[in-house]
Design a protein around this ligand. Structure first.
Ligand SMILES: Nc1ncnc2c1ncn2[C@@H]1O[C@H](COP(=O)(O)OP(=O)(O)OP(=O)(O)O)[C@@H](O)[C@H]1O
Ligand SMILES: [Mg+2]
Length: 339
């Protein structure tokens, strides 16, 4: 396969800011990554690191203003989504790209029954008749574990519990068998059994349809279980990117290492708290001119306070944004004590 054909999505140098009364908030800073066909890309990082804003920027879901996408490219099979018409973007959302966000702004519409909300995209994007779309809606609701699915088509969102609504959202996201699914903390509100079922369902769809998935979560246990590759975000930047095994076995960024230390063992660990790393996450303001992790980093030296490290390749498909030698050469980790 030619190199360019491997990626369904390529994000290049994305910069998103919010204009607020207190000044500009640089929420996404030069973020670049790609999503390969059929892969599950896990995204981790503590609260406020820019995970949701990054993903919402991709498919035009941010309120503009206050948000503004300053620069970047978002290539979905070569088509730059930052340049297409609003009409085309609506076609992409719920068609080629399915999404589940934590943000209530983008969740279910309270004035329509859920059956209609699932069936609508099926008719619009898949050309189904009303009857076909209704049948498929029942199947999808069953698939995500809604009991008595057929009898619930005419119910409104407020008649479902939070967890059930989340499942309906997932059913809608999967309805058109998207080539890319963006899932932002989609299962945190659900109990463990349903979580496992949904992960299995998503895996199955990926295998069957070659769907690519971006999965944002705070749960490193889930990442270890389901991801092929992982992006680690900090302070609105991607600080490390690697296939899942090297990420867990050979993390290079001091933040990633700190993150992994917060879980005693990856297997069996549930909902580890990312926030247990000492110190405060950075307050995002002006464009970063230094390493965002410097104030919490045990290895920071003068350069980290003056310059923001660019990401560099340290191993196959593994890159890291850090000046410290141990990030580039793990045999230098012992030197950290002296650093
Ligand atoms: N409407 C807004 N106006 C101003 N700043 C915003 C707005 N929305 C988000 N931000 C800022 O953008 C930054 C990134 O937020 P984002 O929601 O992407 O974080 P996150 O990594 O998804 O966190 P979480 O894990 O809590 O969901 C934060 O500093 C947040 O304060
Ligand atoms: Mg978020």
């Amino acid at each position: 396969m030619p190199e360019g054909d491997r990626s369904v999505l390529e994000v290049r140098d994305l910069n998103t800011v919010f204009r607020t009364r207190g000044g500009e908030v640089h929420a996404v800073n030069s973020v670049s990554f790609d999503v390969e066909r059929g892969e599950l890309l896990g995204v981790v990082g503590e609260s406020g690191s820019g995970k949701s804003v990054t993903m919402m920027s991709l498919i035009g879901l941010l309120p503009m203003p206050p948000a503004e996408i300053r620069s970047g490219e978002v290539l979905l099979d070569g088509e730059d989504l930052l340049k297409v018409s609003p009409k085309r973007l609506r076609e992409v959302r719920g068609g080629e790209v399915g999404f589940v966000f934590q943000d209530p702004m983008t969740s279910l519409n309270p004035v329509f029954p859920v059956g209609f909300q699932i069936a609508e995209p099926l008719r619009r994007h898949m050309g189904m008749t009303k009857a076909q779309a209704r049948e498929r809606s029942v199947e999808l609701l069953e698939l995500v574990g809604i009991p008595g699915a057929r009898g619930r088509l005419d119910d409104y969102p407020h008649q479902f519990s939070g967890g059930m609504r989340q499942r309906v959202m997932i059913a809608i996201a999967l309805a058109c068998e998207p080539k890319l699914l963006i899932a932002d903390e989609p299962t945190t509100a659900l109990d463990v059994t349903i979580q496992a079922q949904i992960l299995e369902l998503v895996h199955d769809l990926r295998d069957r349809l070659g769907m690519s998935i971006v999965w944002i979560t705070h749960d490193l246990g889930v990442i270890a279980q389901i991801a092929d590759r992982v992006l680690v975000m900090y302070g609105g930047q991607v600080v490390e990117k690697a296939p899942v095994k090297p990420l867990f076995n050979d993390p290079r960024h001091p933040y990633t290492r700190a993150l992994l230390k917060t879980i005693p063992s990856v297997t069996g660990a549930r909902q580890p708290k990312l926030e247990t790393i000492e110190g405060q996450p950075p307050i995002l303001g002006a464009a970063p001119s230094a390493c965002p992790f410097r104030d919490r980093c045990p290895l920071a030296f003068d350069r980290c306070h003056r310059e923001n490290p660019a990401r560099e390749v340290v191993a196959p498909r593994h890159d890291v944004a850090c000046f410290h030698p141990s990030a580039h050469d793990p045999s230098k980790i012992g030197a950290e004590v002296a650093a």
